[in-house]
Design a protein around this ligand. Structure first.
Ligand SMILES: NC(=O)c1ccc[n+]([C@@H]2O[C@H](COP(=O)([O-])OP(=O)(O)OC[C@H]3O[C@@H](n4cnc5c(N)ncnc54)[C@H](OP(=O)(O)O)[C@@H]3O)[C@@H](O)[C@H]2O)c1
Length: 243
């Protein structure tokens, strides 16, 4: 860790995959972590593993009032909120001609509006303190459409590119840093929303995915740099992933 100050970080989507790995990593570096997602049992198990520095607060990010309450409770408990890791997300892949519009709405609700709800509550606190850091876990799909059937998922992640760049401009002079982390393929439960078996999905690829810990390393790197350094984007792929 470059910056040895203990921080308080709220990690969304902490019940599995990249969010759980990031929470473990930040807690391992001595930070306090607020763990949020919908699956209470998963959050409580992780909080038990991490000890006193972890607080589970089950929240559905599609509920704006719940997101405001989440940030309020986190600040009440730890006294402050220094870092928000906007990681919760869902990918529902179908050709546009065949997709269920309910899936489009769900992706926009979680991946875009959910991110905005938590971000708004967090940055209000950060602006008042004139310090903070918002990290987005977006995707390489925020920069291009890497595969067929991913148009709408990629649209949600392109929205995050705009939101992260726009938030950085909004935060000019307010002491709040913004980082957009854009991973390629990562081995998590993510494919199970669209494909029944995640292992089978990864086995079809002719390259190995990143591990969730690789993305956690990128997040921790950006968070650990001194306040004078703002890493705005990190795009990371498995070395053999072509696009
Ligand atoms: N895996 C990849 O290849 C990959 C690549 C690039 C980017 N990403 C991005 O990385 C992020 C994390 O994904 P992952 O790969 O770690 O997948 P994952 O294991 O499926 O994790 C997704 C997380 O989002 C949470 N979540 C979903 N809907 C939610 C809601 N309505 N409210 C609160 N939390 C919700 C889930 O928790 P609950 O179900 O408990 O609510 C879970 O903790 C996502 O934003 C994804 O787009 C993934």
């Amino acid at each position: 860790m470059h910056d040895s100050i203990v921080k308080t970080a709220l990690v969304t989507g902490a019940s599995s995959g990249i969010g759980a790995a990031t929470a473990r990593r930040l807690a391992g570096e001595g930070h306090n972590v607020i763990l949020t997602a919908r699956r209470r049992d998963r959050l409580e198990d992780l909080a038990h593993e991490l000890g006193d520095s972890a607080l589970p607060i089950p929240t559905d990010v599609t509920d704006p009032d719940a997101c405001a309450g989440l940030v309020e409770r986190a600040i009440e408990y730890f006294g402050t909120l220094d870092v928000l890791v906007n990681n919760a997300g869902v990918g529902l892949y179908d050709p546009i001609a065949e997709a269920d519009p309910a899936d489009w709405r769900r992706m926009f609700d979680v991946n875009v509006l959910g991110v905005l709800h938590v971000t708004q509550a967090a940055v209000r606190h950060m602006i008042a303190r004139r310090t903070g850091h918002v990290v987005f876990v977006s995707s390489v799909a925020g920069r291009r459409v890497p595969y067929p059937h991913g148009a709408v998922y990629a649209a949600t992640k392109h929205a995050i590119t705009a939101i992260s760049e726009g938030l950085r401009l909004d935060m000019d002079g307010q002491g709040v840093r913004v980082t957009n982390v854009e991973p390629g393929l990562v081995r998590t439960e993510f494919p199970t929303s669209s494909y029944t078996d995640a292992d089978e999905y990864y086995a079809q690829k002719d390259y190995a995915p990143l591990e969730a810990e690789d993305v956690a390393t990128a997040v921790a790197y950006a968070v650990g740099l001194p306040p004078s350094v703002s890493i705005n984007e990190i795009l990371l792929r498995p070395s053999k992933q072509p696009n």
